[in-house]
Design a protein around this ligand. Structure first.
Ligand code: BGC
Length: 778
């Protein structure tokens, strides 16, 4: 089932739900999730939801807060990942129950007279306005505003009002913190579901006094602690009583108010989450208290103001404006908003494949970050990219341990999927075997350095990761006569082809990793000799290793069928039969849910961009003709069963001049979650794809490429659009690019003069200056 948003609800800065439907409720809960890179709250109703199973998924998450579990294998082998890690659905702090006399506000009963829920991308809040008539005929108006603060990492707040419209009676508002929470489990989809049986959180501290209450819980295996606290504040002219209750795993404050007709009653609820992953245990309760007390002094309005200011800065640099297609504009901004909400920025956390919006992929971090999300931030908020790389550094020691376990005497092997650094992939052919993750991290560091020239980062974190990842390739590969440096027994990005020799993407990215290691070593030796000496000593890096890196990079084997002029995705790729696409009905996709992996692996069929991704990321190594020929071949055998695929095909289609195709792929990308194209947005957004939307515009239609020191653009204007513009940061400059029917205008908004390339022309952009290039002058 796909849930298409009603097109009448389309607005450039808002996502609007104007009618409540049980069938699409879980989808909207995902779309309306709020987060700040640390706390994530699904867009569930404050008063709860009693619809049929599966149509509502309560979820509150903390980035990097997980419990572990032993992975159960039918048959084990040495080196298999031992423990899984699952981001937990934590203590629910957002509940506000409403009772009109004895009747409970429940949208699945009674009558909804008016309803509107809006996610506001400029304000960073979720608002709801509705009028509901209870089964006994009492009419009430509900207005709520919710935010997860971008400014205060541990804070969320709700401003919740009710107005009795046709009765005068006691109304109860019950503000709750509930520790009775579990993760979801799904048996037949490998992409969702935890291995936990019931709750893994045990309540240890619980208290409620005056307007302040909290529940403190500990995880079963990791023994982490989380405190969820609340401060409440009632605003009413009517008389009321307060009752506090401490129950099993749950605290509540009940406000019993004598409601008067047409008089608004407001409850402000301030919620904090703190955990032992950040603080000492004895600091937890005091900090949780301090955060909500401070917020109560500030008041909801002030938090809202801060939220708007934060987003104003974000949008100033990040926004991509499209004139001529409101639907797309909405999709794009929605995606960029969710990316900001998903990105951990404390150096200890990263971006889960589903952000903080659902339990798909158990909250794991993948290569999705380095190849998709990190570049998105790099060109407008590079400081977030740095934090994401600092996270990788924080798990470097575990990557070293994993490399030893995998029989590599030196180097580091980053985990395919993880939260805290250990390999958590239970299916090694499409997990551990994806060694390319090492090269993805290295490429991200290189790109980060090319854009920011942040040598402090390089010396403190980057260089060490580059050397350790390069060492792994040097150990893994072998020089084979008449071929060169070969990397055997790995899986590339395309998960429908596994454990192969010389996956082309892996070899090419390893080549970058190895040669960059040499470049970095040379640069540090020359410019920071003391730092080089210290680092070399720390990791015992020898001169001979650098020579080996260089030779392996220079002689890297790249599989190719010269006669056909095609690159091979791996050594035996062309020896497999092509998948029978003609006789595969639509309902058999995604193939992974309908065919045994072996059946898939025996065929030429790709789940996602692999070589085509290399054509984009490492495009300087290929001619335009090669790109076109290989694109044509691989497009025919790619199913795009992975959401990481269509954006890359869109970008490459733009580059080789297939403009309509580029647009079609882009359409599939831009509204993937809004319109639930994959049918599984209920389990969380597709974060990599969201970044892919931005890439499809900026790298695709705008043609941005940064190779080394050079920044270039090859803009084109999709037929349906009147105009679009975006900003890009490069070496301390902020460049504004505007493309319309008259041509392209480049403006240098910040920083010193810089030369950029527009198609084949070099253009000098002067500080604060602008250059206009008419259509046809490319
Ligand atoms: C894709 C991987 C991706 C993972 C998490 C899988 O379906 O094939 O490339 O890393 O999803 O997004």
């Amino acid at each position: 089932m796909t849930n298409k948003l009603n097109t009448n609800d389309c607005s450039e800065w808002n996502i609007v739900e104007s009618k409540f439907h049980i069938e699409s409720n879980a989808h909207y809960e995902t779309l309306f999730s709020l987060g700040n890179g640390y706390i994530g709250m699904r867009g569930t109703f404050e008063e709860g939801y009693n619809g049929p199973d599966g149509t509502g998924i309560e979820g509150n998450y903390i980035n990097g807060f997980y419990d572990s579990h032993v992975i159960k294998y039918g048959e084990v082998a040495y080196g298999y990942a031992k423990e899984g890690q699952t981001m937990l659905n934590v203590t629910n702090g957002k509940i506000i129950k409403v009772y009109l006399g004895e009747e409970e506000l429940d949208l699945t009963k009674g009558t909804i007279n008016e309803y509107e829920r809006v996610l506001r991308l400029k304000e960073g809040i979720l608002t709801r306005e509705l009028i509901w008539t209870s089964p006994k005929g009492k009419k009430i108006k509900v207005e709520s505003k919710r935010l997860v603060s971008f400014k205060h990492k541990n804070l969320a707040a709700i401003n919740y009002s009710v107005t009795a419209l046709n009765f005068e009676e006691e109304v109860k508002l019950v503000s709750v913190i509930d520790g009775n929470v579990t993760n979801m489990s799904t048996k037949d989809d490998p992409r969702v579901g935890s291995s936990f049986d019931g709750s893994v959180l045990t309540t240890e501290d619980i208290n409620i006094e005056d307007s302040f209450g909290f529940v403190g819980q500990r995880t079963k295996n990791t023994k982490f602690k989380v405190i969820c606290a609340m401060e409440n504040e009632i605003e009413t002219r009517n008389s009321y009583e307060i009752e506090n209750n401490k129950l099993d795993n749950r605290v509540e404050t009940i406000y019993k108010i004598q409601a008067k007709k047409d008089e608004k009653i407001t409850l402000n609820k301030y919620i904090s989450y703190v955990t032992s992953r950040d603080l000492k245990e004895e600091e937890l309760i005091p900090r949780a208290k301090e955060v909500v007390k401070r917020a109560k002094i500030d008041k909801f309005e002030r938090l809202l103001e801060d939220q708007i200011n934060y987003l104003e800065e974000y949008w100033y640099k990040a926004d991509v404006h499209i004139k001529g297609d409101e639907q797309l504009q909405q999709g794009l901004r929605f995606n960029m908003f969710h990316l900001l909400q998903s990105a951990g920025r404390d150096g200890k956390t990263n971006i889960a494949a589903k952000g903080l919006t659902g339990e798909g992929y158990e909250g794991h971090y993948f290569w999705d970050t380095e190849i998709y999300m990190l570049p998105f931030f790099l060109y407008h908020h590079p400081e977030i990219s740095r934090k994401l790389l600092e996270y990788r550094y924080s798990i470097l020691d575990k990557a070293r341990e994993r490399a030893r376990e995998m029989a590599h005497p030196t180097g580091a092997l980053f985990p395919w999927r993880t939260i805290a650094g250990e390999e958590c992939s239970a299916y090694y052919p499409a997990g551990t075997a994806q060694y390319h993750i090492n090269g993805d991290v290295a490429l991200a560091i290189k790109r980060y350095m090319d854009t920011t020239e942040d040598t402090e980062f390089l010396l403190k974190y980057g260089a060490e990761m580059i050397f350790e990842t390069a060492r792994l390739w040097a150990d893994l590969g072998t020089f084979i006569e008449k071929k060169g440096f070969c990397i055997n027994g790995v899986t590339g990005p395309d998960e429908y082809t596994a454990i192969v020799n010389n996956n082309i993407y892996t070899n090419l990215i390893a080549k970058v990793n190895l040669s960059y290691a040499n470049e970095v070593a040379t640069w540090i030796k020359e410019n920071e000799p003391k730092a080089y000496e210290e680092l070399a000593k720390k990791i015992d890096l020898k001169g001979g290793e650098l020579e080996l890196f260089k030779r392996a990079a220079d002689e890297m084997y790249v599989p190719c069928d010269k006669e056909r002029g095609l690159y091979a995705q791996d050594d035996n790729f062309f020896e497999r039969g092509v998948w029978d696409f003609e006789n595969t009905p639509k309902e058999k996709y995604p193939l992974l849910l309908h065919f045994h992996p072996l059946v898939i692996y025996r065929h030429q069929v790709c789940k996602q961009a692999d070589l085509v991704l290399a054509l984009f990321l490492l495009g300087e190594n290929f001619t335009l003709e090669e790109k076109k020929k290989n694109y044509d071949y691989y497009e025919k055998i790619t199913t795009h069963d992975s959401s990481l695929s269509t954006c890359i095909f869109s970008i490459m289609a733009s580059e080789i001049g297939y403009h309509e195709k580029a647009y079609d792929y882009f359409m599939k990308t831009a509204r993937m979650d809004l319109d639930d194209h994959k049918g599984n947005t209920t389990h969380g957004v597709h974060a990599a794809n969201m970044a892919g939307t931005w890439m499809s515009v900026v790298n695709g239609f705008g043609g941005l490429r940064v190779f080394g020191d050079n920044i270039s653009f090859k803009p084109c204007l999709p037929k349906k659009w009147d105009e679009y513009d975006f900003k890009v940061i490069h070496k301390g400059r902020l460049i504004h690019v505007l493309i319309n029917k008259n041509g392209t205008t480049y403006r240098l908004l910040e920083g010193e003069d810089i030369t950029i390339k527009h198609y084949d022309r070099h253009i000098l952009l002067k500080a604060k200056g602008e250059v206009k290039i008419g259509i046809g002058e490319n």
